[in-house]
Write a protein that binds this ligand. Structure first.
Ligand code: ZN
Length: 335
């Protein structure tokens, strides 16, 4: 794979003992060190126009000033430093690169993966939250549409948290599909099955809130039964993956049970879906707070594109998963 990476993203300093810290990117780089076919690209930081296309201008001004004055706690969880604004611009720029490169290439060994931080999917139009300041995947989706490179973009968010910011930004839009699998009841508490979009966006938001304890078989059943058919029907030009690795069974902040192999399987599903539907494919990093599981997860995505065949789980989905998926198949009128 090709990885969008900038040293500027290390300058977002969240202080000691914050789970979202620069060691996350260092661990990912270390984990990719001896892998075959890894290439790094430093894309330009996102411009104000691209950021303002999905965020409120006054809010963005406020973040810039907050960082210029040295930062601090935006809220109890969301911390900025003097380097945060440059890091956020760099992270959004890597995501824009991933979107453009995803559109320009087949989903194979050249598939792009943007390794930015701060993460993005909780950032709403006019506020930072959940460690996120700029919604990277939203900037990326909007910019390829504004540049005339794509008419329709699908986003699949496999981070364990619901991407409330991405959902909100595109909630009334029919040209961007937001789909998510997340842990039911976890931060930020949004992402219920009946949140399906409004106006032109009705049916272009798809939430699969799985109960705590769900693992590989549940995530794959959700993808096979609901996510893939809805993405396929949406007929996007580009599929962006909001790739967090915090649903891993050893991640410290969730109760889900996805294995490292599970990330290979989800990657394989997305690659096949993109190939079958002739859709561009790009990855954008979100969360993941166990340094080992994060670096192993990213390396596994890479290895899957490098030709490693994943191994299907021998377990069945949990009893509570089936009725949820049946309900969603009815809501989304899937045969
Ligand atoms: Zn997360």
């Amino acid at each position: 794979m090709r990885f969008g990476y900038s040293e500027l993203c290390l300058d977002h300093d969240t202080g000691e003992r914050h789970p979202e810290n620069p060691d996350r990117l260092r661990a990912i780089r270390e984990g990719l060190k001896r892998k075959h076919g890894v290439e790094y690209v430093e894309a330009d930081p996102a411009g104000r126009d691209a950021i303002d296309a999905v965020h409120d201008t006054d809010y963005v001004d406020e973040v810039v000033e907050f960082c210029e004055s040295g930062g601090g706690n935006w809220d109890p969880d969301t911390v900025a430093s003097g380097g945060t604004w440059a890091a956020a611009r760099a992270a959004a720029g890597q995501a824009q690169w991933a979107a453009k490169e995803g559109l320009a290439n087949d989903p194979g060994r050249r598939t792009p993966f943007a390794l930015g931080r701060p993460p993005g999917h909780h950032a709403v139009e006019a506020d930072a939250m959940g460690f996120c300041f700029v919604n990277n995947v939203a900037v990326a989706a909007q910019s390829v549409i504004d540049d005339g490179l794509a008419d329709r973009v699908a986003i699949f968010d496999w981070d364990v948290h619901h991407g409330n910011g991405t959902q909100d930004i595109f909630y009334d839009r029919g040209d961007v599909l937001y789909s998510s699998i997340h842990e039911d009841g976890l931060y930020p508490g949004t992402g219920a099955v009946d949140e399906t979009g409004e106006g032109d966006g009705e049916g272009a938001t798809l939430n699969v809130p799985l109960p705590a304890g769900a693992g590989d078989a549940d995530f794959l059943a959700a993808i096979d039964d609901v996510i893939s058919p809805v993405v396929d029907r949406f007929d996007a030009d580009l599929l962006l993956i909001s790739a967090g690795f915090d649903a891993h069974r050893h991640d410290p902040i969730s109760r889900m049970r996805v294995s490292t192999e599970g990330y290979a399987l989800m990657t394989q599903r997305m690659r096949t879906l993109a190939e079958m539907t002739d859709t561009g494919l790009g990855f954008v990093l979100e969360g993941g707070y166990g340094l080992d599981t994060l670096s192993e997860g990213v390396a596994m995505v890479h290895e899957t594109f490098d030709g490693r065949p994943p191994i299907e789980p021998d377990k069945d989905p949990e009893d509570r998963t089936e009725p949820l998926l049946t309900d969603l198949r009815e809501q989304f009128e899937l045969e």
